[in-house]
Design a protein around this ligand. Sequence first.
Ligand code: NDP
Ligand SMILES: O=CC(=O)O
Length: 355
Amino acid sequence: MIKSFAQMQNESNFREQNCKYFNFKDDNGSLIRKRSGFVTFSDQPSLSTIIAERERERERSRRVRKMEVGFLGLGIMGKAMSMNLLKNGFKVTVWNRTLSKCDELVEHGASVCETPAEVIKKCKYTIAMLSDPSAALSVVFDKDGVLEQICEGKGYIDMSTVDAETSVKINEAITGKGGRFVEGPVSGSKKPAEDGQLIILAAGDKALFEESIPAFDVLGKKSFFLGQVGNGAKMKLIVNMIMGSMMNAFSEGLVLADKSGLSSNTLLDILDLGAMTNPMFKGKGPSMNKSSYPPAFPLKHQQKDMRLALALGDENAVSMPVAAAANEAFKKARSLGLGDLDFSAVIEAIKFSRE
Ligand SMILES: NC(=O)C1=CN([C@@H]2O[C@H](COP(=O)(O)OP(=O)(O)OC[C@H]3O[C@@H](n4cnc5c(N)ncnc54)[C@H](OP(=O)(O)O)[C@@H]3O)[C@@H](O)[C@H]2O)C=CC1
Ligand SMILES: O=CC(=O)O
C-alpha cells in the first residue's frame, strides 16, 4: 500500500532525517510546501520521546527527594531495603528494636528515632519490615507504637509476611485513626532486596499504593495491587507454601542421591538442564551440598509461613498434605536449633531422620 506523507507522519515509529521544507507558490498562486531529505521508520526513540522521558525522570527525582520515608525493622530485609531507598535519594528515618542496628544506616545518611511513634510523627509515609504477626502487632499497638501518632495524611505500609487476620487488624486500627494502610509483603530474598528486585504483593488503600510507587520501584521489579487488605498476605503465604514444599522435595532428592551412591552435584547439573530448573535450586544447591546455610531467608520465618499457609488451607477446607509434611520437616529443623540458619538447612532435618 502506498501511503501519503501525512499518513506516514502518524505512524508511531516515523522519523524524519535531515529534512528541510521549502515554501513556494504554484501557477495558481497556492502555497505549496516541499520537503527535501528522507524519512525512515525506526525503533529508536524520537527526540521528543527522549525529552519527555527525561522530564518524567526529573519529576520522579523531584518527588523522591521530597519524600521522607520512615522504616521500622532493620533485619536482613529491612536493612537492605532501607539502604536501597537511601541510595536512591529518599530521606529515610529508621527505627529498630535493637537500636544499634540503625548505626550502619545512619552512616549512609539515615536519621534515627527511638520509637515507632516518633518515626510516624516525623514521616508522611512509613514502611515496616518485621519478623512475624506478633512483631507487626506489637509495633503498631504497644506503648510508643505506630497508633500513638498515626493520623489523617499519614500512610503506613507493612511489608512483613503476616496472615490476613493480622493485616486486617492493623488496617482497622490505622484507618480508625484517620491514617491510610497498605500491606505489601514481598517475594524475593536478601539478594533481590539488595538489588531492588523484589516482587511486591500489595493490597489496601489504592491511592496510598499509587503514592508509594516511587519507593516500590526502587525496592522491587514489579508491584502487584491485589485489592482489599488481606489479599496480599494470602498471596504471599501461598507463594511461600509452594517454595517451602519445593525446598523439601529438593532436599529429599539431594539426600537420596547421596545415600544411593550418586553425586548430588551431578543431580544439580541434571535438574538445571531440564524443565525443573529454577533460581532457587541453582542458587542454594551448591551450598547445601557443602552443608553451608548462611541465612538469607531464616528457616524460622519459612516455618512461620508454612504454619500460616496451612491455617489458610484449614479456613478454606483445602487439603494440603504436601505442605503439611514440609511444615513437619521445618519444625524438626527448628527443634534441632537450625531456626536462624537459611531455610535450606531443612535438609539437615531430612539427613537426621534418615540416620
Ligand atoms: N529474609 C528473606 O529472605 C525474606 C523475608 N521476608 C519476610 O520479611 C520479614 C522480615 O524478614 P527478615 O528481615 O529476614 O527477618 P529478621 O529476623 O532478619 O528481622 C526481623 C526484624 O523484626 C524485628 N522484630 C522481631 N520481633 C520484634 C518485636 N517484638 N518488636 C519489634 N521488632 C521486632 C527485628 O528486630 P531486632 O533486630 O531487634 O531483633 C528485626 O528488625 C519477615 O516477615 C519475613 O518472613 C519476606 C521475603 C524474604
Ligand atoms: O519469603 C521469602 C522469599 O524468599 O520470598
